[in-house]
Design a protein around this ligand. Sequence first.
Ligand SMILES: Cc1cc2nc3c(=O)[nH]c(=O)nc-3n(C[C@H](O)[C@H](O)[C@H](O)COP(=O)(O)OP(=O)(O)OC[C@H]3O[C@@H](n4cnc5c(N)ncnc54)[C@H](O)[C@@H]3O)c2cc1C
Length: 511
Amino acid sequence: MNQYDYIIVGSGIAGLYTALLAKGQGSVLIITKGSIDDCNTKYAQGGIAAAIGRNDSPELHFKDTIAAGDGLCDEQAVRILVNEAPDRITDLVNFGVPFDTLDGEIALTVEAAHCIPRILHAGGDATGEHIELTLSKKVGDSKIQVLEDCLATEILVEKGRVNGIKALDCHTGSIEEFGCRFLILATGGAGQLYKFTTNSDIATGDGIALAFNAGAEMVNMEFFQFHPTALRLPGVTPFLISEAVRGEGGVLRNVEGYRFMPDYTPQADLARRDIVARSILYEMKKTSSDRVFLDVTHLPPYVITTRFPHIYRFCLDRGLDITKGLIPVAPAAHYMMGGINTNNWGETNITGLFAAGETACTGVHGANRLASNSLLEAVVFSKRIVKRTVKETEAPRTSHGKEVRHSLGQRRVPEIVSAPSLFALQQLHWDKVGIIRNKESLTQAADILAAWQKSLPQPADRPSYELSNLILTGRLVTEAALLREESRGAHFRSDFPYRLPQWQHHIIWVK
Ligand SMILES: Cc1cc2nc3c(=O)[nH]c(=O)nc-3n(C[C@H](O)[C@H](O)[C@H](O)COP(=O)(O)OP(=O)(O)OC[C@H]3O[C@@H](n4cnc5c(N)ncnc54)[C@H](O)[C@@H]3O)c2cc1C
């Protein structure tokens, strides 16, 4: 078995950035299930948040993050996030990320629920692509070993300590073992749980399943963020229309042309994502339509073509000139706030096992993520992971606050249940575990998911491993949503529509 100091699973921002930092500390192997640039990072549009503007401060960034998190942020983790943000931006600039500038200074824009312009962007609306390509080139130049088309399938643990990983060679179908001192899961999110999602195909909750099966804790799984505005064109997979479009003055209208957001909240089109997503859903129901419209036709065309060249081109290629016509949009699953429970050094409860990026739950997002905080979280906590592996500094904080632990139990097997498939799973989540949930819909979903999990044969290839991982991740999301009998952040229960003080705690899952 080949031995490494660090094995990193995943090659998005969290995996690549960790690898670049770890390289100076020992041998590094990156395992990634597709090609190096297959990830969600590449699709990030809006940008990365950091309090670097003249009138901004970490304190203001802290306040906005805490407000978005709706009572469940880990304040210590948020302090770390906002205080370390400017230094991590400097690192990215030094790596060569070409952030857009204005008059010689990094340009900043505003996004929903940020009180001030603090979002850095690159290539207008192609921030993620620039970050991903810059970091992957750097990894290539640094001669870090990368195994592509290699899917991690099982974490090897001995006497409570990680000692390696099993992985499937997607070309030959053989399983290989790799040994390591430190294993970092940077496997991204699980948007593929849902029929409509902005996520790429890789977002199948693999890190959640790997870590859970190895005995790690999962937390905040009921909080899944739905982005309000994904393109809804027949035959086109949902494509994100960045929040920054509303930040620059875009407004939402229903199919009758009526501007509805001011009826729902004084923040109107710039309200929190969950509020905008639910308002859109209500309007779609009211008007019996599967979409609303985003209107930017009142903005000068050069603003659209220079600030959002990627969105403009994507729509134009599909016959829609957004400088002249309305953009059909609807909500889509976007970001997993919950994940592998980590402390403020990215450590899990298993010695030697770390998690970074979207698969981790560091506690910074609470019940709802503030726009553009996830790329930032990935770099801030990846840096701390590598620091921690080099030197045990201060004792880590071990909890995000009040917690209640649960295990997945048995469930009633429904009389008729279809065979598990990706299509059926995505439809089930969209219909029953979506933007608005209730006890009945969640119970139905939980029963079906448990039956599917029981009936699955041993996975043998990438699609069957991914389906199995999604079903387990879906069970954790659904069971947590069923337990939480209140509405908070991105989790909205029509049968418990208010936030309740007795639910001011985190739900943790252990095997
Ligand atoms: C359309 C879109 C727009 C977004 N816009 C923004 C934004 O403007 N600002 C912001 O802050 N955030 C944004 N986000 C969120 C942000 O992009 C992600 O949270 C972040 O990029 C996640 O980075 P990551 O490194 O954790 O995961 P990813 O970039 O998703 O990378 C995960 C990697 O893990 C690999 N992998 C997964 N499972 C396995 C396995 N079993 N074995 C081997 N490899 C595996 C994948 O192939 C991939 O390489 C956006 C997300 C989307 C989808």
